[in-house]
Write a protein that binds this ligand. Structure first.
Ligand SMILES: N[C@@H](CCC(=O)N[C@@H](CS)C(=O)NCC(=O)O)C(=O)O
Length: 238
């Protein structure tokens, strides 16, 4: 069976596990500490980062983008008969998401209001772009990126949408308050069950313990949600 080397709250890992779950492929997960990386991991991970996917033949693959491509090559595609143009567009929309994983992580770790607002403003930009794209689509049925059909674009944005949902549930901070199409997309993705299926059972505890601790502004209650709402169309809370 393939193995994923993971760190519980890593969004790059979640993109990979969400794809495996969506395709119903069997896999094992081994969690490691990133503060104290085991030697066996350093020996097989050229960049010292998770995720790794270790194939059944024992080959360690690294870089989530490459791992996602590998999974798509060795398994049935989520969507049949995509044109080369459509595949290129899907990769581009997926790249926009992955490039903002660390932006979201650093925003959530902000220690004060100004830093949170500055980082959340940066994070809101790709969501404004995807909101405009989704508005053009006006799918009659289904609110996933392509309507009813789950695609690689959904999988790439899933870690961002999942984390935004947890932040909202715990703090009231709603990054998508002025983005009804992204909101509907988030709900539709949540309803696939992939948010929960792609993470460990105690993910939410680990996630909130790190991002909503008393060391973060969000963890302290994010008062900017009350004071600055309605002042900025781009960003609901800051
Ligand atoms: N470009 C990498 C980024 C992965 C990444 O940043 N992983 C983080 C955890 S979320 C990590 O392993 N950090 C440890 C380190 O950089 O030493 C990928 O797409 O796989």
């Amino acid at each position: 069976m393939i193995k994923i080397v993971s760190f519980k709250i890593c969004p790059f890992v979640q993109r990979v596990t969400a794809l495996l779950e969506a395709k119903q492929l069997a896999y094992q997960v081994e969690y490691i500490s990133l503060k104290d990386k085991p030697q066996w991991f350093l020996d097989i991970s050229p960049n010292g980062q998770v995720p790794l996917l270790i194939t059944e033949e024992g080959i360690a693959l690294f870089e989530s983008e490459a791992i996602v491509e590998y999974i798509n090559e060795v398994s049935r595609p989520l969507e049949d008969k995509l044109t080369p143009e459509q595949k290129a567009l899907d990769r581009a929309w997926s790249y926009m998401a992955a490039k903002h994983y660390l932006v979201q992580c650093s925003a959530m770790r902000s220690a004060d209001e100004d830093t949170l607002c500055e980082r959340m403003t940066k994070l809101s930009k790709p969501f404004a772009k995807v909101e405009a794209e989704l508005a053009k689509r006006e799918s009659a049925s289904g609110h996933l990126f392509k309507g009813e059909q789950l695609s690689n674009v959904d999988i790439a944005w899933l870690p961002l949408l999942h984390r935004a949902q947890i932040i909202q549930q715990h703090t009231g901070f709603d990054l998508f308050a002025n983005k009804p199409n992204v909101k509907a997309w988030q709900t539709a993705l949540f309803e696939t069950g992939l948010f929960g299926a792609s993470v460990a059972e105690d993910f939410e505890e680990a996630f909130t313990g790190f991002y909503l601790s008393d060391q973060t502004y969000l963890g302290q209650g994010a008062k900017c949600c009350e004071t600055r709402s309605n002042s900025n169309d781009e960003l609901a809370c800051c």
